[in-house]
Write a protein that binds this ligand. Structure first.
Ligand code: PLP
Length: 499
């Protein structure tokens, strides 16, 4: 189950034909990668149909909402992805920090539904997944498996979520509503950083040919969908911010690494705009920084290993952020006392303060890493850093309650808010930030050997060839081929929409 070579032609015609019949019956038209990258190219007829569909409904047309351009109500399409720009009063740095908001994605209110679609659709159109007879298994720490289950249900197939039992209640509540059967939620031991346990469970499940494991940590389609869709979406955000400031330069793209899929957008932004790529991890589990390990609460990231799809040799810096900071700032941004402090003391507009609820725990980590980088590089007003909010505070209300009662048993008050701001925002330094030398990159890359070659049995040559940037450039050739296969697939269902 560890990894599968990218297929760029139909591998099994019978399976592909069964999938065509299945999608015809389920009335599913599949969007292309190009359409999700630039939804303005989605035919008007589809857009018109969508205006009557709830973004969280199990409706096939919602596949056409799996992109960055949904408005806040998730009904209309925006010209520029929804984003917030963080003011210097909050960050303490003059550099522009632009955060694209993932919460407007349909069904799961997080961008991981894009990764899930990106991983499954090439399998379907190449005849490597039979939606009527096989189960799609989604190993994850919570958001990818929710995205996978949502996509599976829309396509009328079984989706199995495999995730650590210690993830947030909100994730499990959502899954209970969406899976076809309770046994389609498989709980593995531990929390965030226990990915090995997830792999072990999947190894067992993969013995049954009815289970197809879509391992986000090793599916190159995950890298590619972010390269194709998230990269250009972030470029559109940067272009928008630059509209009245033509001198603005994109200096960096910052993203916390779970599967390292999102970091794929960095390869696009580096190639197009010269942005540095900064990978973020939890300080309590500093795998890239210090070859370390440990437990933490920045849900979705930091899994004690180097994902197979991480283009390590193209990564420029690594930053470690403590979960103490993310948990505390989650309270600062989302509590009454915290919001009052931000409004009254920092003179921030109340609607801006409310918009900070668009940041989930890993998003706060991204912002803190961006601040660190801005401090290290002494970035100024003409410099921009883009990052993503994979999900929002909406998924962590229970975590905020738990943290508040453990850390502030008498409740989080305005003094606590001031202390939280001073310590975790104003007090950010450039510690635990490495600008990677060639030797650092080799060290991080080589660490992956123990997971992928020794533990998961990947042939050494397949492991080693990812050092070369030509390998990654070569992968991108799959994107237009998959789009042609998707168009051909849609034509075969006979449901193809008017152009
Ligand atoms: C909340 C959250 N943040 C960040 C990430 C990391 O994204 P990626 O897996 O693309 O590296 C994930 C992944 O599941 C996530 O759920």
């Amino acid at each position: 189950m560890t990894w599968t070579e990218l297929a760029t032609e139909v591998v099994d015609r019978k399976t592909r034909d069964r999938a065509v019949a299945h999608m015809r019956a389920a009335r599913v038209v599949l969007p292309t990668f190009a359409e999700l990258a630039d939804p303005a190219t989605i035919p008007e007829s589809v857009a018109a149909e969508l205006s009557n569909v709830d973004a969280d409904a199990r409706q096939p047309s919602n596949l056409f909402r799996v992109h960055w351009y949904n408005d806040e109500r998730r009904i209309d399409r925006l010209a520029v992805p929804s984003y917030i720009e963080l003011p210097e009063r909050l960050t303490g740095v003059p550099a522009r920090i632009l955060v694209a908001l993932g919460r407007n994605f349909p069904m799961i209110a997080a961008h991981k539904v894009l990764a899930a679609y990106g991983c499954l659709v090439p399998r379907i159109v190449t005849g490597q997944f039979d939606p009527g007879h096989q189960r799609a298994v989604w190993p994850s720490t919570g958001n990818y498996c929710r995205g996978g289950v949502a996509i599976s249900r829309i396509l009328g197939c079984r989706g199995v979520a495999v995730l650590p039992a210690g993830m947030s209640e909100e994730r499990f509540d959502w899954l209970k509503q969406w899976v076809s059967a309770p046994e389609d939620i498989v709980r593995t031991p531990g929390t965030e950083s226990n990915v090995k346990e997830i792999y072990d469970e999947c190894a067992g499940l993969s013995r049954d040919p009815a289970n197809v494991i879509l391992n986000q940590f090793s599916e190159f389609a995950n890298y590619l969908v972010h390269y194709a869709c998230t990269g250009p979406a972030l470029r559109a955000v940067f272009d928008d911010a630059r509209r009245n400031r033509p001198e603005l330069r994109l200096r960096a793209f910052v993203a916390a690494s779970g599967s390292a899929g999102t970091l794929g957008a960095g390869d696009y932004l580096k190639a197009e705009l010269g942005a540095k790529i900064v990978a973020v991890e939890a300080l309590e589990c500093p795998t890239m920084l210090y070859n370390g390990y440990g437990e933490h609460n920045i849900q979705g990231i930091g899994d004690k290993h180097i994902p197979f799809i991480h283009n390590v040799m193209n990564t420029d810096a690594v930053a470690g952020i403590s979960d103490r900071s993310t948990d505390t700032l989650n309270l600062l941004f989302n509590s009454k006392a915290g919001r009052e402090f931000l409004g009254a003391r920092l003179d921030l507009d109340p609607s801006f303060v409310r918009s900070l609820d668009g940041l989930g725990l890993s998003s706060i980590a991204n912002v803190l890493a961006a601040i660190k980088l801005a401090k290290r590089l002494r970035l100024g007003r003409g410099d921009a850093i883009v990052t993503v909010a994979t999900d929002s505070a909406g998924l962590y209300a229970s975590e905020a309650r738990k943290f508040e009662s453990a850390r502030y048993p008498r409740g989080f008050d305005t003094i606590d808010a001031g202390e939280a701001f001073g310590r975790h925002l104003e007090g950010v330094t450039d510690d635990h930030l490495i600008e990677l030398t060639e030797m650092d990159r080799q060290r991080i890359y080589n660490l992956g050997y123990f997971t992928w070659v020794e533990q998961q049995g990947v042939p050494l040559a397949d492991f080693d060839r990812r050092r070369d940037q030509d390998f990654w450039r070569g992968l991108r050739g799959a994107l237009p081929v998959w789009d042609t296969l998707i168009e051909d697939f849609n034509a075969r269902t006979g449901l193809n929409r008017p152009g």
